[in-house]
Design a protein around this ligand. Structure first.
Ligand code: FES
Length: 95
């Protein structure tokens, strides 16, 4: 189990192991764009990791390619559909 805190929505959701941040957002009833349905194509599900980045596996090559194309960039930006927290994380959706 891990918790995902959605800082700019004042929501916290517990997720089972292997769950993505995108799935956590859906469980919390928080809508976020995810145009490609979680297939690491669109980049619309990007979020900022405010805490717990170390609890995610490093971005794989397909995610890195999408992240390079985004307006919002930085070492703490990840794709919610590709990020699977191993422990507690805090994210921000909005800019
Ligand atoms: S939903 Fe398209 S990249 Fe995450």
């Amino acid at each position: 189990m891990a918790t995902v805190t959605i800082a700019d929505r004042n929501r916290v959701v517990e997720i089972p192991a292997g769950c993505s941040i995108l799935e956590a957002l859906e469980m919390a009833g928080v809508n976020i764009m995810h145009a490609c349905g979680g297939n690491c194509i669109c980049g619309t599900c990007n979020v900022v990791m405010l805490a717990g980045l170390e609890h995610l596996a490093p971005a794989n090559e397909p995610e890195q390619l999408i992240l390079k194309k985004l307006k919002r960039q930085g070492p703490n930006v990840r794709l919610a559909c590709q990020a699977h927290p191993a422990s507690d994380v805090t994210i921000q959706i909005g800019l």
